[in-house]
Design a protein around this ligand. Structure first.
Ligand code: LER
Ligand code: MN
Length: 273
């Protein structure tokens, strides 16, 4: 089954980011429930930012699942990445993500490695940097496996990382890892910048896709940009994707309208899937 989700960010430092709801978790969940979303994707400052029991109670009350947990605060707040040349920082990055994996696993939700992947920094060797990324993903992929969830690696557009920008390059990298527990995130906004053909890329790398970020070409809710969504939706359906399609988009023109537009688009393309 394809499920819908909407992002909720609880980190003031990333307030200008592409997240539909802000700050008030309880209110965001009530709105998500009213609109018929299946889940929420959460961005928190760290793994201890929310009491799991309270979250569990609220999710049940609003009949929502936790779709995934973002780890980007590790970079934004603490300056951590898996590819920092300093081994102490890489170690802290692994431990930050590891705690997020455990937090998400309580709700059967995978953790996402997006900006925490980092970059090949000036003066550093690409192969060496990629070996650090591989080391982190091996450890964290197995950690997630032990907790009963998969781990998500997200190719980002070239302005955010110089590691991997396309599903194809991300999939080839994952294929060389020993862990079989890391899946790709297909973020339709990044793909709109990097892929020659979004639908083709989804079809060709379908077996690696474990999560989808739902945003139009301009990172506004689907339907507000120029991504040709018909063929993309067909591709998602024909790989028999079973997972969340989660709105990681700017709250444009405001969170309520953006969430309504997102649900309208989700129903248009994926109702009864
Ligand atoms: C960042 O651009 C992004 O797409 C996020 O999902 C990464 O944390
Ligand atoms: Mn994304």
């Amino acid at each position: 089954m394809i499920k819908s989700a909407v992002t909720v960010a609880l980190v003031p430092q990333i307030k200008s980011g592409p997240w539909i709801f802000w700050e008030n978790l309880e209110q965001a969940m009530a709105k998500a429930e009213n609109l018929g979303f299946d889940g929420i994707e959460l961005f928190t400052a760290d793994a201890n930012a929310i009491d799991p029991e309270e979250l569990s109670y609220s999710l049940n009350m609003h009949k929502l699942e936790l779709a995934a947990v973002g780890t980007g605060a590790g970079k934004v707040i603490h300056g951590l990445t898996l590819t920092d040349p300093n081994p102490e920082i890489r170690k802290k990055a692994i431990s930050f993500i590891s705690e997020m994996i455990s937090f998400g696993a309580k709700f059967n939700a995978p953790a996402i490695i997006g900006s925490m992947q980092g970059n090949v920094l000036p003066g550093n060797d690409r192969e060496l940097t990629l070996s650090w990324l591989a080391e982190g993903l091996e450890i964290l992929g197995e950690k997630a496996s032990a907790e009963g969830v998969f781990l998500i690696y997200e190719p980002l557009n070239r302005y955010e990382t110089n590691l991997f920008n396309t599903l194809e390059s991300g999939a080839s990298f994952l294929e060389k890892l020993e862990t079989q527990n890391v899946k790709l995130l297909a973020d339709l906004f990044h793909m709109n910048i990097e892929e020659a053909d979004i639908a083709k890329s989804i079809l060709e790398n379908g077996k690696y896709i474990g999560h989808i970020h739902f945003a139009d070409s301009n990172r506004q809710p689907i339907g507000m940009g120029h991504t040709e969504m018909e063929s993309v939706a067909e591709a998602i359906k024909s790989i028999n994707y079973e997972g969340f399609i989660s709105a990681e988009a700017f709250p444009f023109p405001d969170p309520d309208a953006a969430s309504i537009q997102t649900m309208h688009a989700f129903k248009k393309y994926f109702e009864n899937c």
